[in-house]
Design a protein around this ligand. Structure first.
Ligand code: NDP
Length: 334
């Protein structure tokens, strides 16, 4: 147990009444925080699609209220009873059901397990880490999975769907930086300039990919793909992957179904790679974060940021569920 002297702090707290979830900003005491070896003084958090669901009480992601949401946070270790961490260490946390089953980052303090934290790579600020957040970390995992399955620069066009969203934006920037020709699929033409700035070389309207699959195979086009949409979009792009190419399936912004056929697997040997960021093992996390620090241009990350205070979260939660958020929302918890 910690010998840290209790301190009061600000948090966004969700409560449930008559099956309706509402939020308020409250002052809590660090004694109220859940068990864990490490107390972190949080400086920044972020808003992911999943946070939007939690803030609206959707998907039964939270089982017990009152609850502090926020699936990602970055800050500095305040106190640790584990030898893995010392006061002053800069850390980042994504996943592990923090913000869902465990209190999360929409607060000035969080207490978590020592094994859940990753040291912030040298040169990366807490704000940039949160601009990356679970969304960007997931994009890196997706790129790493595509590389493990043979994707190399020069192979051809790489498709990113949901391109103007969080996962998509970072995927576009990463793939372009790694030397790929990136085609961005978006339903928002007004984001073309933004996406071109991140490195997109061409665009495809998301409606084109979202059509029901009528032919089990279409002309081979994509050398690889990062998909955050699912449903007919993923089913269609499977029919357009080149021989033995892969798609990394990250999300379900367009639906959780997959209405296609197995023909692309059988006749083209394509690969459908599942990406899970929540329980990704520590060595992969460390590799992903150090690559994000190395391979993402800090100026591009800064250009994706929209900064908001805790109080704006309910409004932004609704916007992210409607697909109206561009790039990455960073929450300054102070
Ligand atoms: P965002 O809301 O930021 O981005 C999603 C994007 O998908 C939107 O910006 C939009 O892009 C597109 N989109 C939205 N609605 C639709 C629709 N009905 N049909 C087609 N496209 C649509 O969310 P994130 O980037 O944070 O997350 C994206 C997905 O990835 C979510 O489903 C999320 O749950 C999942 N995810 C999964 C993780 C994992 O570990 N596997 C981790 C993190 C996220 P545009 O406007 O450009 O068309």
């Amino acid at each position: 147990m910690t010998s840290f002297k209790a301190t009061s702090f600000k948090a966004l707290v969700l409560t449930e009444q008559d099956r309706k979830v509402s939020s308020s900003i409250e002052t809590l005491d660090t004694d109220r925080l859940p068990e864990g070896e490490v107390l972190v003084r949080v400086s920044h958090s972020t808003l992911n699609y999943k946070d939007g669901m939690v803030l609206n009480g959707l998907g039964r992601l939270v089982r017990s209220y009152p609850h502090v949401p926020g699936v990602d946070f970055a800050g500095v270790v305040e106190h640790s009873s584990s030898p893995q961490w010392r006061a002053g260490d800069p850390v980042v946390l994504t996943g592990w059901r923090v913000g869902e089953q465990h209190w999360g980052g929409y607060a000035q303090y969080a207490r978590v397990k020592a094994d859940w934290l990753v040291r912030l790579p040298d040169g990366m600020t807490a704000e940039r880490a949160m601009a990356i957040g679970t969304a960007g970390f997931t994009s890196m995992l997706a790129v790493m999975a595509l590389e493990r399955h043979g994707l190399a620069p020069g192979a051809g066009e790489v498709l990113v769907t949901g391109a103007a969203g969080g996962v998509g934006s970072v995927a576009v920037a990463l793939l372009a930086r790694l030397g790929h020709r990136v085609i961005a699929s978006t339903g928002r033409p007004e984001t073309h300039e933004y996406l071109a700035g991140l490195g997109a070389a061409g665009f495809i309207d998301r409606a084109e990919l979202a059509q029901p699959v009528t032919k089990p195979l279409q002309a081979e086009r994509w050398a690889g793909a990062v998909d955050s949409v699912g449903s007919t979009t993923l089913a269609t792009l499977l029919t357009q992957l080149r021989y033995r190419a892969s798609v990394a399936a990250c999300g379900l912004a367009g639906g959780n179904d997959l209405p296609g056929t197995v023909i692309p697997f059988l006749l083209r040997g394509v690969n459908l790679l599942g990406i899970d960021s929540v329980l990704a093992p520590l060595p992969e996390r460390q590799t992903a974060w150090s690559r994000l620090a190395r391979e993402l241009d800090p100026a591009l990350i800064d250009g994706m940021i929209e900064r908001i205070p805790l109080a704006s979260l309910p409004d932004y939660a609704n916007r992210i569920l409607k697909g109206q958020v561009r790039g990455r929302v960073v929450v300054d918890v102070n």
